[in-house]
Ligand binder design. Structure first.
Ligand SMILES: Cc1cc2nc3c(=O)[nH]c(=O)nc-3n(C[C@H](O)[C@H](O)[C@H](O)COP(=O)(O)OP(=O)(O)OC[C@H]3O[C@@H](n4cnc5c(N)ncnc54)[C@H](O)[C@@H]3O)c2cc1C
Length: 395
């Protein structure tokens, strides 16, 4: 199912052909110019403009539909096509559309465990008509996710969901939510969890946006007050939520790392141009620092290439995706600290839109060691599940 006539059927098996044709298209379609170098006044405006970009890409050759299965509205291909899309968008000075972040996080797991839901809803997502949020974290359950308390109880042909979620990215504007809920006893920890998809406009859902230091408000806390959800919105079996979440997290960590490196490789050259455009010589040590951060980004990309190829081959990456997540956090914070230091007083005082963007990104980058699982927790996962190190005992 594509809905578009002008699609190329050889690209799913011809990565290089896809890359070159996409590059030509991004350089030559005048309709894309309005998405280049934009600075947005609000999160809502940024996400909806990004969704328009998705719509434009899908509508002119289905460029962002490659890499997704045909059953869910894609054009075939695999994770490598998506990686190429993010690279080429960034290379062309275009944003990686923000809804693609949650698309990468949620869509593979929902397709694997509840294909009927992505067949129904993903075509609209891929075309920028809707986007989803991921509701895992709660006030008392972040790193210790298995402690979550939001409940779903089965009543006939539906579930009734009650509880509270916190830090839902894009939660302020998402139309559908993928929610990790407790269907077992309170003591059942990860064994008593299930995953379910629900509509934000269901009666009993309250969304409260959270204002961030960066000025953004794309995060939200979300309350569920006896929300009725059809039982066929369950993702996987009842009690299988932890398995679904672990499958999902490898995509969240791996594909976010790829997207971030795509963007960072562009941003570091933009920073170089901005710094050299300022009056006076660049600060001492600028060349060395830019080089060091560049190496961190390239290191992330090298690791990420390996991971994305494994996902594309259908392998389970599992806990090894924590390496990508740790490298991502270091590269993202390193790049933004570099911008702060090289821009000096301009970073604090300038109202130039490009400097304002660096300021907002610096604030947001503080969360790189927390979101999607903190760096401390990632290192523990690596110690326990990849390196098999013995437990350290508290003294
Ligand atoms: C920008 C942003 C976007 C987010 N988006 C989403 C989203 O879309 N959906 C969603 O569900 N959640 C989201 N989150 C939430 C995120 O997953 C949690 O913040 C994260 O898992 C940490 O949980 P917490 O905030 O409760 O911190 P805590 O778990 O309370 O951790 C606080 C500190 O203690 C440390 N710590 C905790 N336990 C251990 C341990 N066992 N060993 C060592 N150190 C430990 C942590 O590393 C951290 O430094 C987002 C968070 C941010 C900041």
């Amino acid at each position: 199912m594509t809905g578009y006539a002008l699609v190329e059927t050889s690209y799913p098996s011809d990565l290089e052909g896809y890359r070159l044709a996409l590059r030509r298209h991004l350089a030559s379609d005048p309709h894309l110019d309005r998405f280049r170098g934009r600075h947005h006044v609000s999160t809502e405006e940024r996400i909806s403009t990004d969704a328009e970009l998705m719509s434009a890409l899908a509508g002119t050759g289905g460029w962002n539909l490659y890499g997704w299965p045909q059953q869910i509205g894609g054009l075939g291909g695999d994770e490598r096509h998506r990686g190429i899309l993010y690279d080429e968008l960034s290379r062309a000075g275009l944003p990686v559309p923000e809804p693609h972040l949650l698309l990468e996080t949620l869509c593979p797991a929902v397709t694997r465990f509840a294909p009927h839901l992505t067949e129904r809803y993903a075509p609209a997502y891929l075309r920028g008509k809707e986007w989803w949020g991921q509701c895992f974290s709660e006030p008392e359950a972040g790193s210790d996710l298995a402690a979550l308390r939001t409940r779903a109880r089965r009543e006939g042909d539906h579930y009734v969901v009650s509880g509270q979620k916190l830090w839902t990215s894009h939660g302020a504007t998402a139309t559908r939510l993928v929610v990790l809920v407790r269907t077992g006893t309170t003591e059942s920890r990860h064994r008593g969890l299930s995953m379910i998809m629900l509509d934000v406009d269901s009666p009993g859902v309250t969304v409260r946006p959270i204002a961030l230091a960066s000025g953004d408000n794309e995060l939200a806390e979300i309350f569920f007050d006896d929300v009725v959800v059809p039982a066929d919105h369950l993702i996987g079996e009842e009690g299988q939520g932890w398995t679904v979440a672990m499958f999902l997290l490898q995509y969240e960590r791996a594909m976010y790392a790829w997207q971030s490196a795509s963007v960072a490789l562009r941003r570091i050259t933009e920073l170089r141009d901005l710094v050299t455009s300022l009056p006076g010589p660049p600060p001492d040590g600028a060349r060395r620092r830019i080089g060091a951060v560049y190496v961190d980004i390239v290191t992330l990309r090298a690791r990420s290439s390996h991971t994305v190829r494994r996902l594309a081959a259908g392998e389970t990456v599992g806990p090894e995706a924590s390496v990508d997540k740790v490298l991502l956090a270091a590269a993202e914070q390193g790049l933004n600290d570099l911008a702060r230091d090289l821009l000096g007083p301009h970073f604090l005082l300038s109202n130039r839109p490009e400097v304002q963007a660096w300021r907002a990104e610096w604030w947001y980058s503080r969360s790189a060691t927390i979101l999607g699982g903190s760096s401390e927790v990632q290192r523990t996962i690596l110690a326990d599940h990849v390196l098999g190190l013995p437990k350290e005992h508290q003294r």
